[in-house]
Design a protein around this ligand. Structure first.
Ligand SMILES: N[C@@H](CCC(=O)N[C@@H](CS)C(=O)NCC(=O)O)C(=O)O
Length: 223
């Protein structure tokens, strides 16, 4: 039995997309992005109150990157990982985890725009810096995809993998703050991988309850 603890439009969307691509049966528990993540019950799963959390094989796993590695190794036949010895192994690890570098800037910008209710609480310096650092991450993905002579249609030469899932989900979050149009190879690849049925199935339903502004109560965030 596999259970994913998920909140819409967060990093747990990566795990949801991956589980769907793997074609596994699993139970999905969706949490509102609010003080529920600070409840005693949720803290039993994740003491710091974060998503994703994955229950599998009698273990409780946290950290989207670790969960991705675990799932790809546990279900290798789907071909979404690149195992030790594979020529693309190093790049698979690098790009799978580069998603976190992208996401840290999107998370900081979400906090600035959503969390700082009064505009005077916001930091123009932080917003400017984080936006530029996020754009630099988009440029890094653009260079990866346009870097070889003939260009690449996936992150790895050997084809679609969980690295595409992780990076595309990070771009999905980041594109609220930095447009993808100035990055043609990135845009082409992003549109291609997000056309996959599993990505669409990982999107929030139209009537989903999204980020709650209450979540960004600063005392709650720090608790
Ligand atoms: N590095 C962790 C980060 C997990 C994380 O911070 N998730 C966010 C959602 S994108 C969260 O749960 N935030 C709640 C909070 O900050 O309290 C991972 O990749 O799983």
């Amino acid at each position: 039995m596999i259970t994913l603890h998920h909140a819409h439009e967060t990093r747990s969307m990566r795990t949801l997309w991956l589980l769907l691509e793997l074609g596994l049966e699993f139970h999905l528990t969706v949490y509102p992005f609010d003080k529920t993540l600070r409840s005693e019950m949720f803290r039993l799963l994740h003491p710091a109150g974060r998503v994703p959390v994955l229950e599998i094989d009698g273990e409780v796993l946290i950290e989207s990157g670790a969960i991705c590695e675990y799932l790809c190794e546990r279900f290798p036949d789907a071909g979404l990982g690149r195992m030790p010895g594979d020529i693309d192994r190093a790049d698979w690890l690098v790009w799978t985890h580069f998603a976190e570098t992208i996401t840290q800037h999107a998370a900081m910008l979400t906090l600035q725009y959503e969390g700082m209710r009064a505009p005077e609480m916001r930091s123009a310096v932080t917003i400017d810096l984080e936006t530029r650092r996020l754009a630099k991450c988009f440029e890094t993905v653009e260079n990866r995809l346009s870097g070889s002579l003939e260009g690449r249609d996936k992150i790895l030469p050997s084809g679609f993998s969980a690295a595409d899932i992780n990076v595309a989900q990070a771009i999905y979050m980041g594109r609220y703050f930095v447009r993808i149009e100035p990055y043609p190879a990135l845009q082409r690849w992003y549109e291609d991988v997000t056309a996959r049925p599993a990505f669409k199935a990982a999107l929030p339903p139209a009537d989903a309850r999204m980020y709650s502004r209450d979540f960004y109560d600063l005392e709650l965030l720090a608790s």
